[in-house]
Design a protein around this ligand. Sequence first.
Ligand SMILES: *[C@@H]1O[C@H](CO)[C@@H](O)[C@H](O)[C@H]1NC(C)=O
Ligand SMILES: *[C@@H]1O[C@H](CO)[C@@H](O)[C@H](O)[C@H]1NC(C)=O
Ligand SMILES: *[C@@H]1O[C@H](CO)[C@@H](O)[C@H](O)[C@H]1NC(C)=O
Ligand SMILES: *[C@@H]1O[C@H](CO)[C@@H](O)[C@H](O)[C@H]1NC(C)=O
Length: 548
Amino acid sequence: MKSALLAISFLAVGCIAEEGINLKQHPNILFLVADDLRPFLGTYKNDQMAITPNLDKLAKKSAQFNAAYAQQALCAPSRNSFLTSRRPDTLKLYDFYSYWRNFAGNFTTLPQYLKSHGYHTVSVGKIFHPGISSNFSDDYPHSWSQKPFHPKSEEFKDAKVCSSLDDEKLHRNIVCPVEISKMPGNTLPDIETAQFAIDFLRQRASSSTGVTTPFFLAVGFHKPHIPLKFPKEFSDLYPIENVTLTKHSERPLGYPTVAWNSWLDLRKREDVNNLHLKFPYEPVPDTFAKRIRQAYFASTSYIDHLVGQLLDELSMSKSMASNTIIVFFGDHGWSLGELGEWAKYSNQEAALRVPLILHIPGITDHTPEQIDAPVELLDIFPTLVEAVGLERMPECPSESRISRQVTFCTEGRSLLKLMRGLEKQSKGETIAAAAFSQYPRPGAKPTLRPNSDEPRLRQIQVMGYSVRVPGFRYTEWVRFNPKVFAANWTAVVDVELYDLLRDPDGVVNRAFDMKFAGVRAKPYAKKILKKVNEWLVCAIYLSSSDTY
Ligand SMILES: *[C@@H]1O[C@H](CO)[C@@H](O)[C@H](O)[C@H]1NC(C)=O
Ligand SMILES: *[C@@H]1O[C@H](CO)[C@@H](O)[C@H](O)[C@H]1NC(C)=O
Ligand SMILES: *[C@@H]1O[C@H](CO)[C@@H](O)[C@H](O)[C@H]1NC(C)=O
Ligand SMILES: *[C@@H]1O[C@H](CO)[C@@H](O)[C@H](O)[C@H]1NC(C)=O
C-alpha cells in the first residue's frame, strides 16, 4: 500500500509537468477493447470455461474490476459513452445513426484530449463505431494523430466461409470455426489488427531515443462479436462434451415482455435460421446452445492469444513497458443462454457486465487488487486522465443534459481513489457505488418490425433505466417521448428487481414483493438527488436499507 501511495504521488508530478515544469514524460497508454466480451475470463473466477492465460497474467499485475458495467448494451452507444464519458441520455444517441458532434454537442473524446496534450494517438481496428456514428472517419482527425487503421480482411467479415458439421458447403453461420490458410488473404481481421499494433510498438521501441511524445495506442478487436469466427484450433480447448449450459436456461414465468430481447441478429444466421425457432420466445435447443457457447469461449481464447502477442511485444522493451498504462475491457456483455436470452440488447446482468482490467506500472504491479464495487465504463476516461498526470476532468454540470456548450467534462469519476481503498463506502457516500445503464424499446412487447432489439431513435417509446448496486439490480421501464427525449416517470411500463446475492441469474423478479415495496416509493427523490437521474434514488435506497 505504501509503495502504491508513493507511486501515485510520483504520477502527480506529471500534473506539475503539464503546468510547465517538464520533469517527466507522461506515460503511454495501451487501450484494448474487445467487442461483445463478457467477463468469461479465467481470472473472473465465478464464470466457467474460458481459458485466457494472457489476460489472467495481466490481471495479476493490475486492478481487476469485478463489477464493471456498460452504459448501454449496444456497440455504438456504449462506445460513444465511454469515449466521451457521458451517459447515453446526455448524448441522446441510442442507435447507430447519428454523429455526436452534429447531434449532441462538440464533445471532447478521450483520444482527442490526449492528442491536444501532446500524445500521438492511434486507432487500430474497431474503437469508435464505424459509419455515420463517427462521421465515416472514426472521428479523424479530431481524435487521432494518424489515419485510423482498419484490417483489409474486414470486408469479408460476413462472408460465407463457415464450414458446418452437416455438409461440405460453406455457410453464413454464427458458429464459424475456420482454417486461416483458407481465408481471403490467409488472415482474419483481428490478426491483422494485432499485427499492426505490434509493428507500432516495435517501431516505437527501436526508435525510442529522441521520441518524446507519449502514445495512446487504441486497439479494438472484433471478436467475440458474431459471427463467432475463429481459427478452428481454439475449439479444441473446449471439447463439446465438456461444454455446460447455464443453470437457468429458461425464460422465467412472468419475465417482463419489455425486458426481453429476441436476439434477431442470431436468427439471421443460416445455422440458427435452420432451427426454425418461433419468434420471440422459443428457446435455442440445448445441443445448439452448447455449440454457441463453445464458439464464444473459443473466440475469447483467440482474443486472449492475440492480446498475449501484443503484451509480449510491449514487454520486450523494459523501458517502454515500465512507462505504459494498459487497460483492457469489453464494450458490453453478451447473454449466453441465461434465462433463455442470447446476445446484447437488454438490461440483463449478462448483457451489461464486462471485464475491466487496469495496469498502472509502479502501482498495480506492486499491489494488484480485486475491486468489487460497481463501476462504469464512462469512468475509464477520467481515470486515465488522472493516471497519466493530466489535470483532473471537471464533473459535468447537471444542466449539461441540455447544454451543448460544455465540451469537456465527465459524468463518471476517476477510479484511482477507489483503487487505493480511499473512497468512502459509508452509507452517506453510496452514490458512487452504483452503475447505471439503459436500454430503449419501440414498445412493451418484442417485435420484428420495428426491430425491438435495435430501435431507431424515432421509434423509441419505452426506456429501461437500470441501476446496479452491491447485491441488487433494479430496472424501471417507462414511457419515453423521442421527440423531446423525455422519460415519463409516472408512466411505468414494468419494473424489475433482482436480489443477486441470493439469485445471481436474476430469475425471481421481486419488484412486486411487499418486502421491497419501499424501493418503488422512491421517497428520497428530490432531496438527495444532485447527480445523474431520479433513478439514482433507488440505488441509495437499496444499498443503505436493510431490505430483509
Ligand atoms: C469542435 O471541436 C474541435 C476541437 O476542439 C474544433 O477544432 C472544432 O472547430 C469544433 N467544431 C465546432 C463546430 O465547434
Ligand atoms: C464530417 O465529415 C464531413 C465529410 O468528410 C466533413 O465535411 C465534416 O467537417 C465532418 N464533421 C466534423 C465535425 O468533423
Ligand atoms: C473434459 O472433461 C473430462 C471429464 O471431466 C476431463 O477429464 C477433461 O480434462 C476435460 N477436458 C478439457 C479439455 O477440459
Ligand atoms: C406521463 O404519463 C402520465 C400517466 O400515463 C400521463 O397522465 C401524463 O400525461 C404523461 N406526461 C407526459 C408529459 O406525457
